[in-house]
Write a protein that binds this ligand. Structure first.
Ligand code: TGC
Length: 388
């Protein structure tokens, strides 16, 4: 697949290994051949193209940073590049890979028993089984410590009651990783979605992420056996450990959406003539494009730096907050500028810009809002906890 115009200008490829480039090109080709041809219509129709799930599994994109159990064992930068290329097509498909691989599979991989891993991970890596991650509740997502969902002992098993909201893939998932309060703190449970009392209803009123699925989930007297509990997740560090993985993918992915908008803006700036010359010849337009480009390149370099830290095993949650905050905030600014450069066309589905802009508003909100990441950084810088 040919390099996007903006990547040809600034040679970030030179900083990547051959293996990383191979993953990137594979994902770029997948996005162009399998997602882009139908994404505008799918977005319009609120349609999740489920047949792509097995294709993504076959391509090795699901849980690709995990090792064993049919997973690809790829490096963090390779995973990030795949996120970038998928999100250059649509945030919904990067979100799918995040929910399946970074959240649901990571939870089982990090905290599950050998039996739980063997039962679920190979099928999830292949895209034959779908997972979801049920943490956020209807009252809000920023403070998981305030969750109301409970799991109570019932003989050898547990009974889970509560409700969750904004749960990606829940209505098509085979297994839900459900976080609930117990008498020993927050614990995670693997709940097959066919279990009596588990109901998932897609949220139908979204004007963003329309080609992906987010659901309300009801848990009414959901009985699971004792071995449904993830043995190695205790307290909120369990789900937060998975959010770190998903946030890392967003650091890269949002830059993919930004690149797509920047490419569209450059294409339009060089092809649309006003006042007798291409608008790209106007100094004001060039200044906008230059600023967009600078933020895109800075964002990719930051993502790469965080990827290298992750590969060294030293990446901290605060560093991830820098990346998530910056990437999404700047991608939204880039998409907004691109929308302006496209003029009226910028609000149509003939260009991807408005779709990216709408999607990025979801990405800004999930996995920690801008404000949550600002406060994580404020706490790291001052030692003072604004959440307490
Ligand atoms: P705090 O006291 O700071 O920490 C509680 C425990 O958690 C540990 N911890 C972390 N561990 C690993 N990685 C991190 N990033 C961690 N952050 C905190 C911490 O060390 C402590 O461990 P322990 O062993 O001492 O108990 O917790 P707090 O209640 O003060 O919270 C701080 C805050 C606000 C940063 C945290 O609550 C937070 O990150 N809030 C945002 C949560 C969020 O991102 N929610 C959106 C999730 S998106 C979603 O659920 C949808 S899934 C996607 C989909 O389905 O589409």
């Amino acid at each position: 697949a040919a390099a996007p115009l903006v990547d040809a200008v600034f040679d970030i490829d030179a900083l990547l290994s051959a293996e990383e480039r191979a993953w990137q090109l594979k994902a770029r080709a997948f996005a162009r051949e399998r997602i882009l041809p139908t994404i505008e219509q799918d977005f319009e129709d609120k349609y999740f193209r489920r047949e792509l799930v097995a294709e993504m599994g076959a391509a090795g994109f699901l849980g690709m940073h995990l090792t064993g159990y049919g997973c690809s064992g790829a490096g963090a930068v390779s995973y990030g590049l795949v996120c970038l290329e998928l999100e250059a097509a649509d945030s919904g498909w990067r979100t799918f890979v995040s929910v399946q691989g970074s959240l649901a599979m990571s939870a089982i991989y990090k905290y599950g028993s050998k039996e739980q891993k063997q039962r679920w991970l190979p099928g999830m890596a292949a895209g034959e089984l779908i997972g979801c991650f049920a943490l956020t509740e209807p009252s809000g997502g920023s403070d998981p410590a305030g969750m109301l969902t409970t799991a109570q002992r019932d003989g050898d098993g547990w009974v889970i009651d509560g409700s969750k909201r904004w749960i990606g893939l829940a209505s098509i998932a085979d297994v839900a990783v459900v976080w609930a309060k117990t008498d020993e703190g927050v614990r995670g449970f693997l709940v097959p979605t066919e279990t009596v009392g588990f109901t998932a209803t897609p949220i139908d009123t979204k004007l963003s992420m329309r080609a992906s699925i987010q659901c309300d989930v009801l848990l009414e007297g959901v009985r699971v056996p004792g071995d449904a509990m993830l043995p190695d997740a205790r307290g909120l560090s369990g789900p937060f450990g998975c959010l770190n993985e998903a946030r890392f993918g967003i650091v890269w992915g949002a830059m993919g959406a930004a690149r797509s908008c920047l490419d569209a803006a450059i294409g339009r700036a060089t092809s649309r003539t006003v006042f007798g010359k291409p608008i790209g010849a106007m100094q004001l337009i060039q200044a906008k494009l230059a600023d967009m480009f600078v933020e895109y390149e800075k964002g990719v370099l930051l993502a790469l730096h965080l990827g290298r830290l992750k590969e060294r095993g030293t990446l901290t949650p605060a560093q991830i907050s820098v990346g998530k905050l910056n990437s999404v905030r700047e991608a939204i600014k880039i998409a907004g500028e691109a929308r302006g450069i496209l003029g009226g066309d910028g609000i149509t589905s003939e260009f991807p810009v408005m779709r990216h802009l709408a999607n990025l508003e979801s990405v800004r909100t999930y996995e920690g809002t801008d404000e949550i990441h600002q406060l994580v950084l404020g706490r790291a810088l001052t030692g003072l906890n604004a959440f307490a």
